[in-house]
Write a protein that binds this ligand. Structure first.
Ligand code: SF4
Ligand code: SF4
Length: 457
């Protein structure tokens, strides 16, 4: 049985044939992946308050997260949410290593839990796959390869549609699918471009995404420290490695029997016994494989397990390091800021600006007015009837362009004079405040400046 899972016959890139994993951790991974796949495929199609659970429409700059609608005016919130996500991943990595890659990243989940399992199902385990690839194009090979690639294409098509549902919305996607192609040529082309892209990634590029392309993988060297938990080989216990011999039992030998199973199951083709490597995605397949061997030879499990570097080199137990506490503190602060901004965020965004080229108008001897333009943006998913008014009851509004209805996902423009009694005007520049009232409740406020010559000057 070969010690590695690479195809040495091929020129250029060594195509990997990982052995089918099994074991307790693999079973847990399967369940985690079922939940994540269910979420991934349902978020753009399930609705809450009339909006899909998650929408990331960069083209129309509209984002929806579980009922909360973000417009371009909320870009700072979106940026903050992205920052929270990045700090969370960094914090998570410092403590738990690359667990995200092996257990939650969509690339790994689709590759190892969907495409690879279809391959095992149709072509068999790694040895059978090698044999099939090496054999001439007979009926069996044509049938198995066509069936596999057809299913890969169908799944890639489903992923491409789901991906587009996140980007353009499930309703628009439904129109592209159901209406004549000529009405949605660009949408139709996009579906097929993404289908081919996903197909190429999962059928051919595979682990190269994790080992070469993904920037997160490259960052590991910076993020991990000696206290980070990583999948590691307990070199003190395992070495010197060697095959078991029934006669002449060598007491000086370590627990590793050099069976090579940990290498054969590795989806990135590395030998974890050589130490921490950037290519390791912490999928834990080697832990399962080695535990099985240890059970068979009556040795304790976890010759390969979750360890930190300090444990491997100095037998120091795991403890969360200062770096992790630092990142966690930053994460907490940013989370608190984000929560308070979300709490204060109004469902109608109002901006009032003074009309350009105007200063103030005297209205007889008693009143002065300023001209303003206002824009109201509806961040709810329903049409809203509103009243726009001045906050100070002494101020009056004279509309030039009035509006009292905000369409769903839309906006309204208003042009008006704010008229103030001269006896209220104490200084040249003062505040002017406005309210947007819906069903008797003030839903939004805006303020700007009011200019006038005070009475006493
Ligand atoms: S070394 Fe182990 S944990 Fe790392 S990628 Fe390979 S099988 Fe997965
Ligand atoms: S699976 Fe365990 S025993 Fe076998 S080679 Fe790997 S570390 Fe050694």
């Amino acid at each position: 049985m070969p010690q590695n899972n690479k195809n040495k016959e091929s020129k250029g890139r060594d195509f990997l044939y990982p052995k089918k994993p099994s074991g307790r951790l693999y079973t847990y991974r399967k369940w985690v992946s079922y939940v994540l796949l269910l979420l991934l495929f349902s978020c753009p199609f399930l609705k809450l308050n009339g909006e899909q659970w998650v929408l990331l429409n960069f083209i129309e700059r509209k984002f929806v997260f579980f009922g909360l609608i973000f417009t371009p005016q909320d870009f700072y919130l979106f940026a903050l949410a992205m920052l929270i996500f990045i700090i969370f991943i960094v914090c998570f990595t410092v403590v738990l290593g690359r667990l995200w890659c092996g257990w939650a990243c969509p690339q790994t989940i689709f590759m190892e839990m969907v495409f690879r399992r279809i391959e095992f199902w149709i072509e068999g385990d790694n040895q059978k796959q090698r044999k099939l690839n090496a054999q001439p194009w007979n009926r069996e090979k044509i049938f198995k390869k066509s069936a596999k690639h057809f299913i890969f294409l169908v799944i890639s098509f489903a992923i491409a549609n789901t991906f587009l549902a996140y980007l353009i919305g499930s309703e628009k996607l439904f129109s592209i699918i159901t209406e004549p192609v000529r009405q949605h040529v660009s949408g139709f082309i996009s579906i097929w471009i993404f289908t081919i892209l996903f197909y190429v990634v999962f059928a051919y590029v595979r682990e190269v995404v994790c080992t070469v392309i993904c920037p997160y993988g490259r960052l590991q060297g910076v993020l991990l420290d000696n206290q980070s938990l990583i999948v590691a080989y307990d070199v003190n216990r395992g070495e010197p490695r060697g095959k078991i011999q029934k006669q002449n039992v060598d007491e000086t030998k370590g627990d590793c029997v050099d069976c090579g199973l940990c290498v054969q199951v590795c989806p990135t083709g590395i030998d974890i016994r050589k130490g921490t490597q950037l290519e390791c995605v912490n999928c834990t397949a080697c832990i399962d494989a080695c535990d099985e061997v240890m059970l068979k030879i009556n040795k304790p499990e976890r010759l390969i397990g979750f360890y930190n570097q300090d444990y491997i080199s100095q037998q120091k137990p795991f403890k969360i390091g200062a770096k992790a506490y630092g990142y966690a503190a930053v994460l907490l602060v940013v989370l608190m800021v984000f929560s308070s901004l979300i709490y204060k965020r109004s469902s109608i965004e109002t901006t009032v600006l003074r009309a350009s080229g105007t200063l103030y108008q005297n209205r007889g001897t008693n009143q002065t007015s300023n001209l303003y333009n206002a824009e109201l943006i509806n961040k709810t998913n329903k049409t809203v009837k509103f009243e726009f008014r001045a906050k100070d009851q002494h101020d009056k509004i004279e509309f030039i362009q009035a509006a009292n209805v905000l369409p769903k996902d839309g906006s309204a423009q208003i042009t008006f004079f704010l008229i103030r009694n001269n006896n209220q005007i104490k200084e040249y520049k003062s505040d002017a405040e406005f309210e947007v009232v819906v069903d008797g409740k003030v839903l939004s406020q805006a303020s700007t400046s009011f200019f006038a010559q005070p009475d006493n000057q």
